[in-house]
Each structure stands twice: as structure tokens, then as C-alpha cells.
Design a binder for this molecule. Sequence first.
Ligand code: HEM
Length: 395
Amino acid sequence: MAERPKSVSAWLNTRLPIISVFRREYIEFAMPRNLNYLWNFGAFAVVSLMLLVLSGIFLAFNYTPTIADAFSSVETIDRQVASGWLVRAIHMGGVSMLFAALYVHIARSLYYGSYKAPRELVWLTGLGLLLLVMITAFAGYVLPWGQMSYWGATVVINAVNTVPLIGKPFASWLLGGEGLGNIALHRFFVLHFVTAFSIIGVIALHVATLHVTGSNNPTGKELTRSHQTVPFHPYYTTKDGLGLCLFLMVYAGLIFFAPDFLTLADNYVQANSLVTPADITPEWYFAPFYAILRAVPSKLGGLVLATGSIAVLFATPWLDASGVRSARSRPLLRVALPALFLAFIVLGIAGLHSPNGVWLWSSRIAVTYWYFYFLGLLPFVARRENSDNLNGAGE
Ligand code: HEM
């Protein structure tokens, strides 16, 4: 006769080993012992995404995806639905917190060379997540049907229309017609939560690829000896927990003390296709790409540059041929990378201003540096580092 399992969890685990898999991947999993607080930002992204999905479900209960009622249904959520203002503030603030966490997460990965072999798939699935988050945020921003929702989306659609041959057919296929109307709004609503839920699946893939290789660390050297690693629990559950408390405090500060700090007043005016706002400004997290879009006079040129600025990230693991991983051991990168981060910030500020004079020129310089870093500096520096024979400082 088969032996009786000792507990319900043992019974379950012999049939579906989720408990032992969880124990292996999230409790006993060997982590480098020297990770700094920049390794908290992946967990911050996970938590902000969970809060976004949860609050989004409650918003969807009361939202109406028609151009006649979308704006007023959002006003009703803000003013009449019990705690609706709170749910909406969590959702809107959450987008900014997610993007902030993601930009630091990417900067950390660039600085410590986490994109390099053998973690290319972690990097690529991460970029897949970035694209999905961007699409979700873009579709979501159209939903309240305010002036900026309408005109922001119109700018993007006009840019897509400039793509030869496929631009116009693609835009009208997506929108279900020539411009933004009821069909388009309905589709953006569906797209918004379909992409949002698919992000959850891709996060699982992202973390699974990370668990094949294990985490990188500030030195960039692979830590293989047992005294160089600690189990994920309790060491990183507490460290992530502490970081999360601080992250949630900033998030709560945004929700309770400055819910409109990052939003644009124009989006509290219902969309009107006959009145163009004086300045069409994106949310801060899209501003760097918007600045690139407007850095050159040609619309198509701007679109190519903006999409190319993300495309080069996909090629980064192969553009950087250096055997050295962490910028800590790469003197030139220690200067060139902070300059890249500065260029991104300059682009972000430029994207929030009219494309004239100093803002136009600073965005042109910044985007030139962006491309120079990935297509010129990285391959060039990598060659020199190899020939200088840094004795595998990163390995
Ligand atoms: C919703 C979006 C994302 C979530 C929830 C997420 C989550 C995580 C988590 C939990 C980790 C492990 C902890 C850590 O290293 O911080 C991680 C690691 C990593 N992520 Fe992401 N990530 C996201 C997007 C991205 C993006 C956009 C990139 C890069 C383009 C990226 C690249 C990486 C890399 C390279 C690692 C390994 C880091 C290392 O071991 O040094 N991730 N991610």
C-alpha cells in the first residue's frame, strides 16, 4: 500500500512540485553576497506592476470606453465612486513609479554589464518588457479621453503615417478607421489590459532566464565559491523588504500629497479634435523619446531615430565585445556611461519644452551622443580594453 503523505503540502508537492520549486528558486537560491541597493529595483518594478494591475481592474469596473462617456466616467471615478480617487491616484502614480524603477534598473544593468554573456536573454526579455510597458502606458493614456490623450496619440499616429508603404495601412487597421474615434478607443482599452496581463507572463520568463545564470554583481566577476553567495531568504527578502518600504513611502507621498504633480492640466479638459493645445507635451517617461522624435525636421527621420534609440539596446550585448563586464573595471566607461545617463535626462527635459533654440540643440547633441556611445564608443572601447589586456578584470 502507498505510504500516506505527512501533510497536505507534501501531498500537493508530490503531485505538483510548486512548493519545492518555490523553495529552490526563492528561498534557497544562491545570491551573490555583495549586491548593492541598485539590485532592489527589479523588485520595485514587480511591486509597482502588481499595484497597477490591481488598481486597473477596479478602474475598469467603472470606466466606459466610448468617446461620449470615457471622460465623464473617469471624472465619476475621481469624484463619486467610493475611494475612486485613491484607486486612480494609485494607478496614475504607479505608472511613474514603474518607469522610474525601470530606468534605474536598466541603468544598473548597463553600468555593471549585466547584459553581457551569459545573461543576454535576461536583457532581451527585459527589453521586451520595456516595449510592452510602453505600449500599455501609451494605450492607457488615451483612455481618459482628455486633450493630451487625444493630441498625444494623434502625434504618434501622424508619425506612424509617415512610414512608407506600411505606415498608413497599419495605422488605419489598428484604429479601425482614419482617425481616433469610438472604434480606436475601444481597441486601445482592450489592448491596454491585454498587454498589461501579458507583462506578467513575460516577467516570469525574465526571472526564469535570470535564475538559469544567477545574478551578476557589482564586480562583474562570476561568484562561484560557496562563501561568496548567500541564500535569497532571509538575506535578500529583508534587503528587498527594506528597500520596498522606502519605495512605497515615496509612492505614498506622490499619491497622498501630490497626486497631480506629474499629470498635465490639459488632460482634465475633454478631448476636442477642433482645438489643438498650445503645447503637446508627453508624460515625463516618454519625454526623452519625444525629444528625439522632434530633434530633426523630418517626421519620418525623427521616428527612425526614436525607434533606433531603443533598437540599439537590443544589439548592446553584441556591440560591446569587451571581456570585461562591470564599468567599475572599465575606466573609460566610468565616465562615458554617466554621460549617457545625463544625455537621457537632457532629452527628457528637452522633450517637455518646445523644440526651439537651446532645447532643440541640446536634444540634437544628446541623441548624437546616444548613438555614438552604442555604435562608436562601445565597440571601440571594447577593442582597446581587450588589447590593453585588463587580465579579465570583469570575469
Ligand atoms: C516590468 C519590467 C521588469 C521587471 C518586473 C523586472 C524584474 C527583474 C527582477 C525582479 C530582477 C532580479 C532583481 C534585480 O536584478 O533587480 C531583474 C533582473 C534583471 N533585469 Fe529586469 N525587470 C524588468 C525590466 C527589465 C528591463 C527593461 C531590462 C533591460 C533592458 C531588464 C534587465 C535585467 C537584467 C540584465 C537583470 C539581471 C541583473 C543582474 O543580475 O545583474 N529588466 N529584473
